[in-house]
Design a protein around this ligand. Structure first.
Ligand SMILES: Cc1ncc(COP(=O)(O)O)c(C=O)c1O
Length: 427
């Protein structure tokens, strides 16, 4: 580790205190980004296979230009009239199912989810929410209750039920197909019943439609249909957290399109501003309108002219550069490469993907499926030293997690696959 990095770590500890998470055993000090490439302070270049926030590529010139132009003209809080928020709302809503026709803007995914919970509570009169048992939805007090990756201080309240995420790799009792979808959906039904038994009125279920934080499972066909069917039968709402899945990541505009189950409320964040903090809630009009009749929601920064100019540029670049199609096409190519690695590296138990989002599950033994978190950690750190940035996730922390900017090319993919092949051979 060079002295500069050491000094920075000491300053962080002194100024920010302990517990501020950093990636890699040997943390990276980045100074510049461009497209799919990141550069550190020592002049090393990294292929970015991790960052979904700069979804159109790091420092995309059109996004930078939109930001600078609007910042040099006007930026205000959100209680004045401005066209940017209207133009953006029009263009963004046009990407959704027609039933999802209202937008509220905020700054982070956590805020968007917090607002979505409030909208669901006001509209259903309920308090009880279902989430999965290996997820993360953000860091406000209310949203942290839904996050099982980091347990909230004081534990979970009675109004939260955590159901098993739909894992088809470690399926219970070896179930497959419809039986597996039924088994996981029955868990949702049981959670709803347990709210009723406890006298807690039910508000709904929040889930990432591709279960990204859970480890990107191959969702058993029909699961979402059945699970959300039970939620709606009980008067609850389905909140799709698209903070990770949205904006073309899965090879479709929205993750919910994969199951075909249209949510009542959608939350957006991370890639929305390509690195600029903007997030949103898209909902059926009557839900948001009814909520606003009960509570005045105001967000100082959410939807300001600069944020909207940036978000509009991101949307335009995704369209003009055909990045949703690119995610599907290059994503398929990457999956072929990973499957080929799976045929040669015993440590790979399962390979899963959706557009340009991949999970590679590492195991010590393909029969027992014993999770190999140690190998995942070693690979992520070695890849960093080979100039490829990625991470790991999942209930057992053994799933390699890759989600490069959407402008990732076949050439980038080939470099990723070759480097991973070499590193897996060495671990
Ligand atoms: C699925 C999901 N929802 C919400 C959030 C919270 O977003 P933010 O960090 O912008 O508050 C995250 C963050 O990782 C996330 O993965």
């Amino acid at each position: 580790m060079n002295i500069t990095v050491q000094e920075m770590l000491e300053r962080r500890e002194r100024l920010l205190g302990p517990g501020n998470p950093l990636f890699y055993d040997d943390p990276v000090h980045l100074v510049r980004g461009e497209g799919v490439w990141l550069h550190d302070a020592d002049g090393n270049r990294y292929l970015d296979c991790y960052n979904n926030v700069p979804c159109v590529g790091h420092c995309h010139p059109r996004v930078v230009e939109a930001l600078c132009a609007q910042a040099g003209t006007l930026n205000t809080h959100t209680r004045y009239l401005h066209e940017n928020i209207l133009d953006y709302a029009e263009n963004l809503l046009a990407k959704f199912d027609v039933s999802l026709d209202r937008l509220a803007l905020a700054c982070t995914g956590s805020e968007a989810n917090d607002l979505a919970l409030r909208i669901a509570r006001v509209n259903t009169g309920g308090e009880g929410f279902i989430c999965t048992n290996a997820t993360y939805h953000g860091n406000t007090t209310a949203v942290a209750q839904l996050s099982s990756i980091f347990e909230p201080v004081g534990g979970y309240g009675e109004h939260i039920r955590r159901v098993p995420w739909p894992d088809s790799y470690r399926a219970p009792n070896g179930l497959t197909g419809n039986a597996l979808a039924d088994a996981y959906a029955d868990e949702v039904r049981a959670a709803i019943a347990s709210f009723a038994e406890s006298g807690i009125p039910f508000a709904g279920m929040i889930a990432c439609p591709i279960f990204a934080n859970e480890g990107l499972p191959d969702i058993p066909h029909g699961y979402m249909d059945k699970a959300i069917g039970y939620v709606r039968e009980a008067g609850g709402l389905y909140i799709a957290d698209e903070v990770q899945a949205g904006f073309g990541r899965s090879g479709r505009w929205w993750g919910y399109e994969r199951s075909g189950v249209v949510p009542d409320i959608v939350t957006l964040g991370k890639p929305m501003g390509g690195g600029h903090p903007i997030s949103g809630v898209v909902a059926r009009g009557e839900l948001l309108d009814n909520y606003r009749r009960h509570e005045m929601y105001f967000n100082t920064f959410g939807g300001n002219p600069v944020s909207c100019a940036v978000a509009m540029a991101v949307l335009d670049v995704i369209d003009d550069e055909g990045l949703v199609g690119n995610a599907a096409e290059v994503g398929g190519f990457v999956m072929e490469g990973f499957r080929e690695l799976e045929s040669r590296h015993e440590m790979i138990g399962d390979v899963r993907g959706s557009g340009l989002f991949f999970g590679i599950e590492l195991v010590h033994d393909r029969e027992t499926k014993a999770p190999a978190a140690d190998k995942a950690r070693a690979i992520v750190n070695r890849m960093r030293h080979k100039g490829v940035l990625m991470s790991k996730i999942g209930e057992h922390d053994n799933v390699l997690k890759l989600r490069p900017p959407l402008c990732f090319s076949r050439e980038n993919a080939a470099l990723l696959i070759d480097t991973l092949d070499e590193v897996m051979g060495a671990v």
